[in-house]
Design a protein around this ligand. Structure first.
Ligand SMILES: Nc1ncnc2c1ncn2[C@@H]1O[C@H](COP(=O)(O)OP(=O)(O)OP(=O)(O)O)[C@@H](O)[C@H]1O
Ligand SMILES: Cc1ncc(COP(=O)(O)O)c(N)n1
Length: 268
């Protein structure tokens, strides 16, 4: 069985972060492992508190995984601080991690900051060059490229700029666009659009975490980058279309929307 490690923060409400990653990886047929950067006390309405792991303890978690079950892919989500970013970068270099997918999480859907302001530059210089793929949403791509993004042409220019500056592929996600949810892949100088009809569902907590974990899972299974993105887009569209409605704010999506297991049956 193929294996994937997520290095990310815990979301107590289960919709984003480590919890979304483990659900997504399991549903995408890989064995999921985790190294937790921070605990968050959060729900669908917002983040109440954050407890960061110490850099030493994060390093120990990553060592424990790599020394025993070497992951076929690594997904990185919330990284919180400069110190934690440096540990992650050192470990990924030391273990020559492959298929690294970086979701440059900065702000939660609810508006709370998940990355310290002074850590944005460290994320860009330390982690982007190690990534096979970086998956910014539109506001994150504006920060990474220093460009304002309004049109599809702006998305292409920003993705090309980030890709050439950091020598990694870029998937610029269109979830925050006013039009359809079309995502753009820029890899080896080639632009590919992945089109998605906008689903009228306000419950989008954890969409970015889910998409990047599904891509990492498919890379681990040996699919090409473009095919991994296509399959992940299909997965996120299915999870959103299942119209789960939980919580008082932007709720989580359903992961077991396609599960026909007898263990999933509910009592009448
Ligand atoms: N309403 C929607 N309908 C269809 N697809 C969507 C919708 N919202 C987001 N997506 C898709 O979900 C994925 C994540 O995109 P998005 O731009 O929301 O990322 P994000 O902002 O990082 O997510 P997060 O909510 O975790 O912060 C993309 O493939 C995007 O196209
Ligand atoms: C621990 C953690 N990681 C990532 C996100 C981003 O997800 P979203 O933008 O959907 O809130 C989050 N809210 N919490």
């Amino acid at each position: 069985m193929k294996t994937v490690l997520t290095i990310a923060g815990s979301d107590s409400s289960g919709g984003a972060g480590i919890q979304a990653d483990l659900k997504t990886m399991t549903m995408n047929g890989v064995y999921a492992m985790s190294a937790i950067t921070a605990l968050t006390a959060q729900n669908t309405t917002g983040v109440r508190a954050v407890e960061e792991a110490s850099p030493e303890f994060l390093g120990q978690q990553i060592d424990a995984v790599f020394e025993d079950i070497y992951p076929d892919a690594v997904k990185i989500g919330m990284v919180a601080s400069c110190e934690l970013i440096r540990v992650i970068a050192d470990k990924l270099r030391y273990y020559r991690a492959r298929n690294v997918v970086l979701d440059p999480v900065m702000v939660a859907t609810s508006g709370s900051a998940l990355l310290r302001n002074d850590a944005v530059q460290t994320l860009m210089t330390e982690l982007l060059p190690l990534a096979a793929l970086v998956t910014p949403n539109i506001p994150e791509a504006e920060i990474l490229s220093g460009m304002h993004i309004e049109t599809a042409e702006d998305m292409v220019k920003a993705a090309e700029q980030i890709s050439s500056a950091y020598h990694c592929a870029v998937l610029l996600k269109g979830g925050h666009s006013v039009n359809d949810a079309n995502d753009l892949l820029c890899a080896d100088g080639k632009i590919t659009w992945f089109e998605g009809k906008r689903i009228d569902n306000p419950n989008t907590h954890g969409t970015g975490c889910t998409l990047s974990s599904a891509i990492a899972s498919n890379l681990a299974k040996g699919f090409t980058l473009a095919e991994s993105v296509r399959r992940a887009k299909e997965y996120i569209s299915g999870a959103l279309a299942a119209m789960l409605n939980l919580g008082k704010g932007a709720g989580p999506m359903m992961h077991n929307f396609d599960l026909k297991s007898p263990f999933a049956e509910e009592a009448n």
